[in-house]
Design a protein around this ligand. Structure first.
Ligand code: MD6
Ligand code: FE
Length: 209
């Protein structure tokens, strides 16, 4: 991780550079590729316009985040195959218990897959009913330039370079902060066959209890 610009991030933003070592990253990669074999990557579309995302997606967990012309939502089945999502890999459940500081387990793990040209526009994760729980993210493969803003779209932003094995937590005030991925740095990791970047985000979707 390498930071640039001045203003402090919102409280509740945490980063754990190199939280997973190479061997752990390989094990996570293999678990994610197995999940992708069961729940194939698909290309989401923007609500209303149907404009395709540059990022490919799938999910693990009892609920998965999807986007199509009808809108953003969580659902229990894959939008193309109609099958239940595969389970969240145990190493990710362990990560959540280690860093989330929340008593209930995550229900969704969104898998974002980036090629060299993919981007993710500035957004907030706000389709969940439980904002007391953080969103916990893991980066695998090529590095990216991650942008973190504030609670309003126009707030100042800062940019961080995230590398394979890094973990980011958006909790507290940062839970509803704007963020996005401006670019991928191709060829910066040998983890993924064919290159690219995978980001895993763990979310609590329903109110706990
Ligand atoms: C990405 N991450 O790193 C996109 N959301 O590819 C996110 O959108 C994200 O990293 C919520 C919390 C952490 C994140
Ligand atoms: Fe997000």
């Amino acid at each position: 991780m390498q930071a640039s610009t001045a203003s402090p991030p919102p409280t509740g933003f945490r980063i754990f550079p190199g939280r997973f070592d190479r061997r752990e990253q390989e094990a996570l990669r293999d678990a994610v590729l197995a999940a992708v074999a069961a729940a194939p990557l698909y290309r989401p579309e923007m609500p209303k316009t149907g404009k395709p995302f540059s990022v490919l997606m799938t999910n693990c967990g009892t609920l998965g985040w999807v986007s199509d012309r009808a809108g953003y939502r969580y659902q229990a089945v894959h939008p193309v195959t109609g099958a239940a999502w595969p389970p969240i890999p145990p190493a990710l459940l362990q990560l959540w218990s280690d860093v989330a500081d929340f008593p209930e387990p995550p229900e969704a793990c969104l898998v974002n897959v980036y090629d060299a040209d993919a981007r993710l526009g500035l957004h907030r994760d706000e389709d969940e009913a439980e904002f007391a729980a953080p969103v916990v993210s893991v980066s695998l493969g090529d590095s990216c330039l991650f942008r973190l803003g504030g609670l309003r779209r126009g707030d100042p932003t800062r940019s961080l370079r995230l590398a394979s094995g890094d973990v980011v937590v958006l909790g507290g005030e940062a839970r509803l902060a704007y963020h996005g991925v401006d670019r991928i740095y191709p060829g910066t990791s040998t983890l993924l066959p064919g290159g690219g970047r995978i980001n895993l985000t763990l979310r609590r979707v329903t109110r706990a209890g």
